[in-house]
Design a protein around this ligand. Structure first.
Ligand SMILES: [Zn+2]
Length: 152
C-alpha cells in the first residue's frame, strides 16, 4: 500500500538542564532540536490524519542520571548491567540528529507493515529527509524505482 503523503512530526522534551519555558520562540526548528533529550516522531497519513507509526528517541534516562550521581563508577556499572534492557536511552549523538535517526527507523520498517511512504512532508529542516534518501547506499528505503520526495 502506498501513501500519498506522510509527515514526521517531532514532539520534543527539553533536557532537564534547560529552562522550564523551553527554547525561545525566535529560534529556528533546527536550533530548538539541539537541546532536546527526547523526541517523538510520527508518520501520519496526509489524507486521513491517521498515525501510521511512531518512534520515540531518547538520550536521557532519569534513573541512570540519578544512579550516576549516587553510586561509585563500579557500583553504577554493576547496576547498569541489570538496567540496560529497560533503559530509556536509545540514541547517542547530537540532539539535532535525533529526528533523522527516527525517520530512518520509521522508513526502514515501513515495508514490514506493508506500506511505502512516498512523500516526506516536513518543515524547512531537510536532515531527516536526506537521511531517509541515504538509506541502502543512497537509493532510499525502497530503491531507485520508488523514490521518496519532499514537500514543505
Ligand atoms: Zn537508564
Amino acid at each position: 500500500m502506498e501513501f500519498a503523503g506522510c509527515i514526521t512530526s517531532p514532539h520534543a522534551t527539553p533536557l532537564p538542564s534547560c529552562s522550564p519555558r523551553g527554547p525561545s520562540p525566535e529560534k529556528t526548528s533546527a536550533e530548538k532540536r539541539k537541546k532536546f533529550a527526547h523526541i517523538e516522531s510520527a508518520v501520519i497519513d496526509a489524507n486521513t490524519g491517521h498515525v501510521l507509526d511512531y518512534e520515540t528517541m531518547s538520550k536521557y534516562c532519569e534513573l541512570c542520571s540519578y544512579k550516576k550521581k549516587t553510586l561509585s563508577k563500579e557500583k553504577y556499572e554493576e547496576w547498569y548491567a541489570g538496567h540496560v534492557s529497560e533503559c530509556h536511552i536509545n540514541y547517542e549523538g547530537s540532539s539535532g540528529g535525533m529526528e533523522a535517526a527516527a525517520a530512518v527507523i520509521l522508513w526502514g520498517r515501513s515495508l514490514s507493515h506493508n506500506m511505502r511512504y512516498t512523500t516526506f512532508i516536513s518543515d524547512g529542516d531537510s536532515s531527516a529527509f536526506l537521511a531517509v534518501n541515504k538509506m541502502h547506499n543512497n537509493v532510499g528505503p525502497y530503491g531507485k524505482d520508488h523514490p521518496v520526495t519532499k514537500e514543505e
